[in-house]
Design a protein around this ligand. Structure first.
Ligand code: NDP
Length: 418
């Protein structure tokens, strides 16, 4: 496209001016883009062709008690009702003693994939015999992680096809997510394998299928704590357990079940400055670990209690990447009163399970729309131009109508304005 040559070399004002010159945006629109609070240097360090700062709302989820400690949890999301639901789910669990969470290990896996292999089993054995040498090479490539008590721990070889195998390096990355760290280690090992064993390396990179970085969170609710008006807690618990079974049986439902879980998880992952695409990719792969995509959480009735469980890979960091440079992340870490990455992983998993409980509770009682509707209508009112003082009037009036669409909302707004 004309005018955008060497765009990355221009300063921000020039980049913005080009948008006006090329008639892509008006001066008034560009003026809005120029109002970003994020410093140009920082923005341009974080991404390429930086223009402005895209803002998302941040709010607090309440009522989260995990292993006896209560948290205030910052969540960043554009979706109405996510934070309300997360807090509601946590309130039900808090009344029943809170969440329990476990992180067994916190190791990341990276792969060096070899292709054009002629005798995969023999090569796999040869590489495995060189484990100590390869672990030493990996640690020498990133010595600072060793001095922090981490480093390369294991090397495994998987035969993917008769002519292809994956050399998996397992690394303790301490407080980091470890992508760059692992990539450096993998490249050092790949070079050695090429030189010493004359193998053909296809690629070397971290795997986002972080199966050695699993978090499990559980909770148990006496069924009577689930009672809603006339509907008994036992009935609601039975329906939630059935909805959970459904998500194990049917990928169509499992996908939506997991989307609800990720509503909570992503919002905290973003607030903590972590890579939510990495978390999403790993979570969905884990949901399909037995070759059918299933719900990540389960809810079962056991002796008068509804028992919930969620296990997933959560490679989260308290340092590195954008965690260490985005100013708001530091404040969010203070709100969370975090000790380390393991604690962050437990919090995020608990929000996933709390979010899921609230969604299932709403689905099997009122249906999801009742709770959502008022919040969605508020967004609709704002989207058609209602001022803050007009929003609640538009919402009240549109609730009485059959058609709750933007044309109706505009008509109501026009009536209010007389
Ligand atoms: P960094 O490259 O920022 O590395 C983290 C660094 O933090 C370490 O190298 C270490 O450097 C320093 N550090 C300080 N204190 C500690 C501590 N207690 N424990 C561990 N490290 C510490 O980040 P990562 O390697 O974690 O990579 C994450 C980034 O990579 C994310 O931004 C992600 O989006 C991106 N990424 C993701 C990919 C994927 O998911 N597939 C692929 C490529 C990139 P030192 O010891 O020198 O101080």
């Amino acid at each position: 496209m004309n005018g955008f040559s060497k765009y990355y070399q221009k300063d921000r004002q020039t980049r913005l001016n080009i948008l006006v010159e090329q008639q892509k945006l008006s001066s008034a629109e560009v003026e809005k883009l120029a109002q970003a609070e994020l410093d140009f240097e920082l923005g341009d360090t974080m991404i390429e062709n930086y223009l402005t700062q895209y803002q998302l709302p941040e709010g607090l989820a309440l009522n989260y008690v995990i292993d006896g400690k209560e948290y205030l949890i910052p969540m960043v999301t554009e979706e109405p009702s996510v934070i309300a639901a997360a807090s509601h789910g946590a309130q039900l669990v808090k009344k029943s003693g809170g969440f329990k969470a476990q992180v067994k290990e916190r190791l990341m896996i990276g792969q060096i994939v070899l292709e054009q292999v002629s005798d995969a089993p023999t090569l796999a054995k040869k590489i495995k015999q060189q484990q100590d040498k390869l672990l030493t090479l990996a640690n020498e490539a990133h010595p600072s992680i060793v001095s922090r008590g981490g480093g390369a721990r294991e090397l495994n070889v998987r035969i993917l096809a008769p002519d292809m195998l994956s050399v998996d390096l397992v690394v303790d990355v301490k407080e980091a997510m470890g992508a760059n760290m692992l990539n450096t280690m993998l490249e050092a090992c790949a070079k050695y394998l090429e030189e010493e064993l004359a193998v053909e390396v296809l690629l070397s990179i971290l795997s986002n299928y972080a199966t050695r970085c699993l978090v499990k969170v559980t909770c148990e609710l006496p069924v009577e704590n689930l009672t809603k008006g006339e509907i008994s807690g036992a009935k609601i618990a039975q329906k939630i357990a059935s909805a959970s079974r459904l998500a194990q049986l049917d990928p169509y439902r499992a996908t939506t079940h997991n989307k609800g879980i990720m509503n909570g998880i992503d919002a905290v992952v973003i607030a903590s400055g972590n890579d939510w695409r990495a978390v999403e990719a790993g979570a969905h792969a884990y949901a399909a670990r037995d070759e059918q995509y299933r719900g990540l959480s389960t809810w079962k009735l056991k002796g008068g209690k509804l028992c919930g469980e969620l296990e997933l890979p959560l490679p989260l960091a308290t340092v590195g990447g954008s965690v260490s440079i985005v100013p708001l992340v530091k404040i969010n870490q203070r709100l969370l009163e975090l000790e380390d990455a393991k604690e962050l992983e437990k919090i995020v998993a608990a929000v996933g399970l709390g979010q899921n409980l609230a969604a299932l509770y709403a689905l099997v009682t009122d249906g999801i729309q009742k709770g959502h509707m008022k919040l969605q209508l508020k967004s609709l009112a704002v989207s058609i131009g209602a001022k803050p003082q007009e929003v609640s009037q538009v919402v009240e009036k549109i609730l009485a109508k059959k058609a709750r669409d933007s044309a109706t909302a505009q008509q109501i707004l026009a009536e209010i304005r007389g």
